[in-house]
Write a protein that binds this ligand. Structure first.
Ligand SMILES: [Zn+2]
Length: 391
């Protein structure tokens, strides 16, 4: 609810000192909150709609990105309807492979070295011959995309809060079968005001027993009671959004103490009316309270901006310093299900990113004026970066 988050609460701390979007793209990070359909390129959706003769509404074409609000169930329904329309352009095996490949390419461009992509197989089951066939295809597409781009990909199978809890159990069992074969987590999405967490307790128990990371959406459309329910009933390791935790200091303290990572998606929160402006998304108060945060883009197909923009908001609207931005990136990696070796690799890259910034700030007398510092980057495609000491 937009009214529940204070529009203030930020205190710009210096910064915005000329660092560019390229700098933030070079910061190694993990992307933990991105939905399969919602990550499609807008141009791809439009192209596929022509190929398959799917008629798109103005909100997805000339009026894109759509004006959305989820302040009530009607607004959420409209959001879901647009989402379903967007999904309907993906019809063939080739479409799905293209979608996943392009997502990985876009992630690499944004500096993401590890992506956890959420998918609800039931949404694609009718087209792809059932949830198992779809999951097999999705995982194969993810493996190919990982190989081609160097971006590690884990899949989170997400159940739907608005469907019967038995469906969620089926999906949890499905997810459990793919542990060690590309599925890393189990989620729960859609309208939080319907389908209380307690209804999905059994599904999450199945997922937990299989060793999956538990990452339901919560604390987005409903306040602290929903966050507590996700922690008490579902034993969430991470929460999709969770921003409304700030309405209860005890809940914030609990999240910090238990090391629960919040997948905070500032652009999504503003686009859906959860917060009235980027500065009102409580990135700063949560961070200062010691809560782990992994910034995410959620559904760039419907909102526009991708991952780097979320870090730009932290920098520009919340005054995060380079050190703090690096800490956000670290938290995204530490909160992920990425293999330990990849985590270590990306964390070392973050240290390098910071070192590079320090090198750029050397006093002019420290080096001849024409010297340039080159810093090796860890991410494929963003391997080098230069900065002119005179700048
Ligand atoms: Zn989401």
């Amino acid at each position: 609810m937009p009214q529940q988050l204070s529009p203030g609460g930020t205190s710009p701390r210096g910064l915005t000192d000329g660092r560019t979007a390229h700098d933030l793209a070079a910061l190694p990070k993990a992307h933990l909150h991105l939905h399969l359909t919602g990550a499609m390129r807008h141009s791809t959706m439009v192209e596929l709609s022509h190929v398959h003769g799917v008629s798109l509404p103005p909100a997805l074409t000339e009026e894109w990105p759509p004006q959305l609000s989820t302040a009530d169930e009607r607004g959420w329904f409209r959001f879901q309807r647009l989402y379903d329309t967007a999904r309907s352009v993906v019809k063939t095996e080739q479409d799905l492979r293209r979608l996943v490949m392009e997502i990985a390419e876009d992630e690499r461009a944004e500096g993401s070295g590890w992506l956890e992509l959420q998918a609800d197989p039931s949404g694609y089951a009718a087209i792809y011959g059932g949830v198992t066939n779809f999951t097999d295809l999705l995982l194969d597409a993810a493996r190919n995309a990982q190989q081609a781009t160097g971006v590690g990909i884990g899949i989170i199978i997400a159940a739907n809060r608005t469907r019967h809890p038995l469906d969620a159990r089926t999906l949890a069992r499905l997810a459990a079968q793919y542990v060690g074969r590309g599925v890393v987590g189990f989620g729960l999405s859609n309208d939080e005001r319907r389908g209380p967490a307690a209804d999905f307790e059994v599904a999450f128990r199945i997922a937990a027993r299989a060793g999956l990371l538990l990452a339901p959406h919560g604390g987005e459309l409903v306040g602290p009671p929903s966050v507590n329910a996700c922690l008490d009933r579902l034993h969430a390791n991470r929460l999709g959004h969770g921003v409304r935790s700030v309405e209860d200091p005890a809940v914030v303290e609990r999240l910090a103490k238990d090391g629960v990572t919040l997948e905070v998606c500032p652009v999504s929160n503003v686009a859906l009316g959860v917060a009235p402006a980027p500065a009102a998304v409580p990135v700063r108060p949560l961070f200062d309270a010691g809560v782990r945060i992994a910034l995410g883009a959620d559904d760039p197909l419907l909102f526009g901006p991708r991952l780097v923009s979320q870090y730009e908001i932290a920098r520009d609207a919340h005054g995060f310093s380079a050190t703090e931005l690096a800490e956000l990136a670290r938290m995204s990696i530490l909160g992920s299900a990425a293999p330990a070796s990849l985590q270590a690799h990306l964390l070392a890259g973050i240290d390098d990113w910071l070192t590079g910034l320090l090198a750029c700030r050397l006093p002019l007398t420290a080096s001849p004026p024409n010297d340039r510092v080159r810093i090796t980057r860890y991410l494929p495609g963003i391997r080098t970066r230069s900065c002119d000491l005179r700048a």
